[in-house]
Design a protein around this ligand. Structure first.
Ligand code: FAD
Length: 442
């Protein structure tokens, strides 16, 4: 399926899932694309807002802040040349969508929403003088947002063993940060002709809870269809399936009993890449190929800047106030997306709706109006088979307990993959298509 086919379907699903549906399309300011960093001069009647990270959250923030504050000058600093979506990338691994569907131009997003895309990496911060340092120069800001996503935390497996870490990163990439890892994973699958193909799942609040299970199902589906003498082995460090448990366990059993082996509580104690053996507390697993998904953490840049903290979920996450998304101790620096310390699902719809919410918080802070926290919305669709296409969905919102701990306000899932009409309706592709439209074209 490609973008054009999807547009024909008139997909509008995500409109109901985002705060944007409550907004009117206010006057979109003139287009502005610049190659160089903005001068530090303050625009007349407006504020300078710099967004670091053009993923789901940074793009949502940039889009919404331009709507809330049409006078503002917004610069998106992004180190990638173009956007590549992680959501739906599992389907792409198995040729269910083409790369054109997942790839988008930052210039299109900037043109549509009236901000500047600066292709550069943020490297340092002088918060006293409100200056962000990038590989293309310095940018002055009044308000700064970090939406830099996650990095991998290989420490659990590779402490004091940089060679092992390097080999895991390059030879068995996780495929949970968009880019070359996905291309390598796709090549691995194309070259896979049998034997054990493993997928590991870490503990903690890792990025996109259902995605490794979804990937394993699609690989099992591929093994079945191509009559490959092999199986996918899920080594899950958790003691049970972390999400959509009933649906996934049923699909493992009823559809892929020969092609998929699920092992829970599979904490890895050693990895021997030369012998191709993974040792867990309970067994040794031989493999021909696979993908190691380590724990996740907030990016090292934030740690270096003193902007991180430890949480019950992960070792290193952004040190944000959970009600305002402000970095603690910094009035004008905000953060959102998967780097957050809150226990929300680290997923695209969550990151997008949170980015939109934080834009409102920043606009209100500038107008000196009272701030009101609103929950982001988690919405995710997991594919479990390709022919026929079958899917499960989950929808959640959050609240906080007395000590600011994350709780579910509600959650509902449809795990009846063999009975619901979601797969036939291509719910995952419709949702993603409508999100790309919002971030880049509408
Ligand atoms: C295989 C897979 C399937 C998934 N499926 C779904 C799904 O079906 N539904 C769903 O809702 N979610 C899904 N997700 C999760 C979703 O992709 C993430 O939760 C989402 O991308 C998080 O958005 P973010 O903006 O926080 O981070 P990202 O999207 O990772 O964006 C961070 C951006 O910051 C940039 N950056 C980082 N550091 C710097 C720097 N110093 N300077 C400049 N730029 C920088 C990066 O290049 C990147 O573009 C999936 C993820 C994977 C991997």
């Amino acid at each position: 399926m490609n973008r054009r086919e999807l547009l024909k379907q008139g997909a509008t699903m995500a409109l109901a899932l985002s705060p944007l549906s409550a907004l009117s399309a206010e006057s979109i300011p003139p287009k502005s694309i610049r190659e160089k960093p903005l001068p530090s001069k303050r625009p007349q009647g407006g504020v300078r807002i710099v967004v670091v990270g053009g993923g789901w959250s940074g793009l949502a923030f940039a889009e919404h802040i331009r709507r809330y504050l049409p006078q503002s000058v917004v610069t998106l600093v992004e180190k990638r040349e173009s956007f590549l979506s992680c959501p739906v990338s599992n389907a792409w691994l198995f040729d269910l969508v083409d790369l054109e569907f997942l790839s988008h131009s930052y210039l299109d997003g900037a043109n549509t929403h009236g901000y500047t895309y600066l292709h550069a990496e943020a490297t340092d911060l002088d918060s006293r003088h409100h200056i962000l340092k990038t590989t293309k120069g310095e940018i002055g800001y009044d308000y700064l947002l970090f939406a830099t996503g996650i990095e991998y935390d290989y420490d659990v497996w590779c402490r004091n063993n940089p060679t092992l870490e390097h080999r895991l990163r390059t030879e068995y990439p996780a495929g949970f940060i968009a880019g070359s890892e996905h291309l390598t994973l796709k090549r691995k699958i194309a070259n896979y002709h049998g034997g054990n193909f493993f997928i590991t799942i870490p503990r903690g609040n890792y990025r996109c809870l259902p995605a490794p299970y979804e990937r394993a199902c699609l690989l099992a589906d591929y093994i079945k269809q191509n009559k490959i003498k092999g199986r996918v082995i899920i080594l899950d460090a958790n003691n049970r399936v972390t999400i959509k448990e009933e649906g996934f366990l049923r699909v493992f059993k009823e559809r892929y009993s020969k092609e998929l082996l699920y092992i829970s509580s599979a904490e890895i104690v050693s990895i021997d890449l030369d012998r191709k053996v993974i040792e867990t507390e309970f067994e040794e697993v031989e493999f021909v190929d696979g993908s190691f998904y380590p724990n996740v953490r907030a990016p090292k840049l934030l740690e270096r800047l003193g902007l991180t903290t430890q949480t019950p979920y992960n070792r290193i996450e952004a040190n944000l106030d959970v009600y305002t998304n402000r970095f603690k101790g910094h009035d004008t620096i905000f953060g959102c997306g998967d780097l957050r310390p809150m226990g929300f699902s680290k997923s695209g719809n969550t990151a997008y709706t949170e980015g939109a919410n934080v834009a409102k918080i920043v606009a209100k802070a500038i107008a000196k109006k009272p701030l009101k926290w609103v929950s982001p919305t988690t919405f995710c669709v997991s594919l479990v088979s390709s022919m026929p296409q079958q899917e499960m969905t989950l929808l959640s919102e959050y609240t906080y307990g007395e000590r600011g701990e994350t709780q579910f306000k509600y959650t509902s899932s449809d795990e009846a993959w063999d009975r619901n009409g979601l797969g036939k309706a291509h719910a995952q592709f419709s949702w993603a298509g409508s999100m790309y439209d919002r971030m880049f074209y509408l």
